[in-house]
Write a protein that binds this ligand. Structure first.
Ligand code: B4P
Length: 190
């Protein structure tokens, strides 16, 4: 299996570039953010729990996230590979993912680490908030809390994959097309 992680702070282009990557490389897209928003839209118990946390800009618990990932694995036994978008966001999630893939005699092949400056992140998310209807994009304080949560809990996940030489840094500022070109070059080497 060809398993790829797209990694980066909120607003770094993970969701945007994922759409192009899954189309070109025929991978199954797993966005934990999209899965959570779908639970919220369906008004499930899990969705209600998650909404409260997401509206504070915090990370949803590892147990909830791993439960969702387990279900996607069970429902997609024959894929060529997964593109993990916005996951793993903690070291515990990264270790659980390693175990899950190991049981399938597979592993993470590449981690695309999107680099975007904080000013640009704020600009993009505030702009998206005008049309997205996402409650976590409209308030600059919540966006700042999400970026802080990234620095406090998520950035460290990169060291987990750096030890295994799997991280490819991608300059994430510029046109969406140019950034996709850089991602193509990185993935084609694998
Ligand atoms: P996510 O859905 O993952 O949200 P995100 O990080 O804000 O989105 P993304 O990074 O994909 O957006 P993109 O840059 O593409 O998470 C939302 C919340 O869910 C989290 O805060 C957390 O509470 C929870 N959650 C999700 N996964 C979790 C996990 N594993 N563990 C715990 N909690 C979890 O797009 C941003 C904007 O930039 C768009 O408007 C886009 O058009 C624009 N853009 C993209 N590329 C651009 C470019 N090159 N130039 C200009 N604009 C660009």
């Amino acid at each position: 299996m060809f398993n790829v992680i797209i990694f980066g702070p909120p607003g770094s282009g993970k969701g945007t570039q994922s759409a192009n990557i899954v189309k070109k490389y025929q991978l199954k897209h797993i966005s934990t953010g999209d899965l959570l928003r779908s639970e919220i839209a369906n008004g499930t118990k899990l969705g209600l729990q998650a909404k409260k946390v997401m509206d504070e800009g915090k990370l949803v618990s590892d147990d909830i996230i791993m439960g969702m990932i387990d279900s996607v694995f069970i429902n997609n036994p024959d894929v060529k590979g997964f593109l993990f978008d916005g996951f793993p966001r903690t070291t515990a999630q990264a270790e659980s993912l390693d175990d899950l893939l190991h049981r399938q005699k597979s592993s993470v092949k590449v981690v695309l680490a999107m680099n975007v400056g904080e000013e640009e992140l704020m600009k993009r998310l505030i702009h998206r908030g005008k049309t997205s209807g996402r409650s976590d994009d409209v308030n600059p304080q919540i966006i700042k809390a999400r970026i802080k949560e990234y620095h406090d809990k998520t950035e460290v996940v990169l060291s987990h994959y750096k030890k295994e030489n799997k991280v490819v840094p991608i300059e994430g500022e510029g046109t969406k097309e140019d950034i996709f070109e850089k991602i193509n070059t990185a993935l084609d080497k694998h």
